[in-house]
Design a protein around this ligand. Structure first.
Ligand SMILES: NC(=O)c1ccc[n+]([C@@H]2O[C@H](COP(=O)([O-])OP(=O)(O)OC[C@H]3O[C@@H](n4cnc5c(N)ncnc54)[C@H](O)[C@@H]3O)[C@@H](O)[C@H]2O)c1
Length: 355
């Protein structure tokens, strides 16, 4: 499987490192809007062609698949071109900058026989996989409510860079890190269809250049026009609910890690980065079982890369498929819309069934 990587920033280099550990993958080339970065990455990973542009890479007949790891605004045009040129696509999260761009990619994908996978590597963490089997086994009963979040206290990435500009990122922590826990929660809940969303966003730190972290390169003459905290209640068409909270900067007692709490009629499951807690009631008493995270046999990102290649070779759909990416983007959109309108909004999936 001959693979090219678009974007030689943090995630592009991560993909290069991961795919170089996948036996059936052959890394062919890399491109970046900054050619010097692509050159550096190509040298580091011993790749020959450095494509002068993403378009040149996508159009190349030397490739079967492309990995798209560039700012969110460019996911749509590059994914559309790649699908049109018959390439399989591993697309970074979020699927697109907003719901309508994600829907466009989804529609384009549906008219091809190519594999399109969204890179939600948290699904490949060993504890996430254990949580998924437990939730799917029915042992928790009906999971009627869930709560997910990632509350970073002082972590605004690259202040002023594309990360904090709505035109290139689409939003702040909600679309950046919230999409990870939203994806995890929806997957663990069995992919229910969101129906109504009530959300709020705040920007209390970013506009004052406070709450910045060490991630990304700040551009102090840039701008911050996104949120730094978002909260939402999502109601599904089967009546179940999920509450979501996420921040880049906030004053609260939090360890900065993510969490997903599944509340079921027969048992509960709380998932954290390093442990899982199973809860229940027996002998008229509540109990909790601690499950520590096992050492992963392999880096979860390598497992993700291998899954992508396996799906292409076997023609099976990836577990993080285009519909899950689209659903995530539609929910994010609804949260932003609800926050702007100050009222609950409907998530409209009718266009999916009308084709
Ligand atoms: N799955 C994860 O854990 C994870 C982690 C980080 C980032 N991401 C996602 O990856 C994407 C990139 O994030 P990053 O942290 O690597 O950002 P980054 O700023 O480190 O790198 C982005 C790179 O893309 C290049 N670029 C911009 N426009 C381009 C274009 N049109 N064609 C080719 N190259 C272009 C830039 O020059 C830059 O080198 C984002 O969508 C982000 O949400 C995912």
């Amino acid at each position: 499987m001959r693979i090219g990587v678009i974007g030689a920033g943090f995630i592009g280099r991560t993909h290069l490192a991961m795919f170089s550990q996948v036996e059936q993958a052959e890394l062919v080339g890399v491109s970046d809007a900054l050619p010097a970065l692509a050159e550096q990455a190509a040298q580091q990973f011993g790749l020959k062609p450095v494509f002068r542009s993403a378009e040149e890479l996508i159009d190349s007949s030397e490739l079967d698949a492309v990995v798209i790891g560039v700012p969110n605004a460019f996911h749509r045009p590059l994914a559309l071109r790649a699908l049109e040129r018959g390439k399989h696509v591993l697309l970074e999260k979020p699927m697109a900058i907003d719901g309508s761009a994600a829907a466009e990619i989804y529609r384009a994908w549906r008219s091809t026989d190519r594999i399109l996978m969204i890179a939600h590597q948290m699904r490949w963490e060993p504890l996430s996989q254990q949580a998924k089997s437990l939730a799917a086994s029915g042992e928790l009963g009906r999971v009627y409510n869930a709560k997910a979040g990632m509350m970073r206290r002082k972590s605004i990435p690259g202040w002023g860079s594309w990360f904090t500009r709505k035109s290139e990122a689409g939003g702040g922590p909600l679309i950046d890190i919230g999409v990870h826990v939203l994806d995890l929660a929806l997957w663990l809940m069995g992919n229910p269809r969101p129906e109504r969303v009530f959300g709020s966003t705040f920007a209390e730190f970013g506009p004052h250049k406070k709450g910045t972290g060490s991630w990304g390169t700040p551009q102090w003459d840039g701008r911050f026009d996104v949120e730094d905290l978002a909260t939402a209640l999502i109601k599904f068409d089967d009546g179940r609910t999920l509450s979501l909270e996420v921040s880049w900067a906030v004053n609260t007692d939090s360890d900065n890690g993510h969490y997903v709490h599944l509340m079921g009629s027969e048992g509960g499951l709380s998932l954290y980065p390093k442990r899982m807690v199973l809860t229940g009631q027996k002998f008229d008493r509540p109990f909790a079982i601690e499950v520590p995270a096992p050492e992963p046999l392999e880096n979860p990102r390598v497992l993700l890369s291998r899954h992508f290649v396996d799906c292409i070779l076997s023609g099976t759909q990836p577990i993080s498929d285009p519909l899950s990416g689209l659903t995530n983007s539609m929910v994010l959109d609804a949260i932003y819309r609800s926050a702007a309108e100050g009222d609950a909004v409907t998530v409209d999936f009718s266009f999916l069934d009308s084709r």
